[in-house]
Design a protein around this ligand. Structure first.
Ligand SMILES: [Zn+2]
Ligand SMILES: [Zn+2]
Length: 305
């Protein structure tokens, strides 16, 4: 099971009810943070998630509304006693950006801080999760990320075991514990694996085929939706996407659910943005700050707003 908490869903500037980009993915106790806009640490403090459980931070690009919160968060974790190493992943320019922000603010961490720059196609594992960066297009070095939980192996199928001559009771218990019983091995009766949860986060970008390819079949595609189609020229000029374009990507990638974020402040009524996307893809939600979702093999469930 994967939990998805939206800490900041605004675009470019914070507003009274929305902070700038920051999303937390929690699996068990471990948190992967995606982008870290201004105020992210305070959003975490008033959320059910602990900022001390962050295992890694993924940055999509170096625009301020995605990184202004990073030096503050890195420093607070240090002052709060963090000693575990932390790795921050992001596009080319991240290492210079982090070191510049830390040095001008005289920030220092009492834990090993590693910064890794990567390009689309690179994959790494964190806390048992497989994370892959993919290329996006935003007029500045940028990447999106998929985060995938591994599939859980199937459990022994009782009906099949009975058929093959294993009896309920101690025999079945031994088989479930991994032993061969009456000549029947556990691998002969194992059921299908349970698929792990998966999300894809585009960060800021114009539509590009790499998003569809990397996000194929994920449970949740978190796609930026800065504009509506009425402003599609402006969207292209500023390297952003419209709600319709996000929905077309979701449809082409065959995802389970589309979540629209980074919606411009010009759209007070986010239900209109959602409605535009729904013309192309039915399962869509325009997310707001502090929206929390649970993703399991059974589906995507809103846990709270
Ligand atoms: Zn942005
Ligand atoms: Zn941007």
């Amino acid at each position: 099971m994967m939990e998805l908490l939206f800490l900041g869903t605004g675009a470019s500037v914070p507003s009274r009810d929305r902070a700038t980009s920051c999303i937390a993915v929690r699996v068990g106790p471990d948190i992967v943070l995606m982008d870290c806009g201004e105020g992210s640490q305070r959003q975490l403090m008033v959320s059910p998630f602990s900022f001390m459980k962050i295992r890694t931070i993924l940055i999509t690009h170096m625009h301020g509304d995605h990184v202004f919160g990073l030096p503050g968060l890195l420093q607070t974790m240090s002052l709060s006693g963090r000693r575990d190493p932390l790795t921050v992943y992001g596009p080319v320019g991240l290492a210079h950006g982090v070191s510049a922000m830390m040095s001008v603010t005289e920030g220092e961490t009492q834990y090993p801080l590693e910064v890794v720059e990567l390009e689309g196609g690179e994959t790494f594992d964190v806390c048992g999760l497989r994370i892959t960066a993919y290329a996006t297009s935003h007029g500045t070095p940028s990447v999106g990320f998929t985060v995938r939980e591994p599939d859980r192996p199937g459990r022994p199928d009782r009906a099949r075991a009975l058929e093959l001559g294993v009896h309920d009771g101690p025999e079945m218990a031994l088989l479930k514990a991994g032993e061969t019983v009456n000549g029947v091995s556990p691998s002969e009766v194992v059921g299908p694996p349970t698929p792990g949860a998966s999300v894809s986060y585009t960060g800021d970008t114009v539509p590009c085929p790499g998003i569809v390819e990397a996000s194929a079949g994920v449970d949740v595609l978190i796609h930026e939706s800065t504009y509506m189609s009425s402003e599609s020229e402006m969207a292209a000029d500023h390297f952003h996407s419209t709600a319709s374009q996000a929905a077309v990507a979701a449809r082409e990638a065959g995802v389970r659910c589309l979540m629209l974020t980074h919606v411009s402040n010009r759209y007070d009524d986010r239900s209109l943005v959602e409605a535009e996307a729904r013309e192309h893809f039915p399962e869509v939600v325009a997310v707001e700050d502090m929206d929390l979702f649970e993703i399991t093999s059974r589906g995507v469930r809103r846990a709270s707003r």
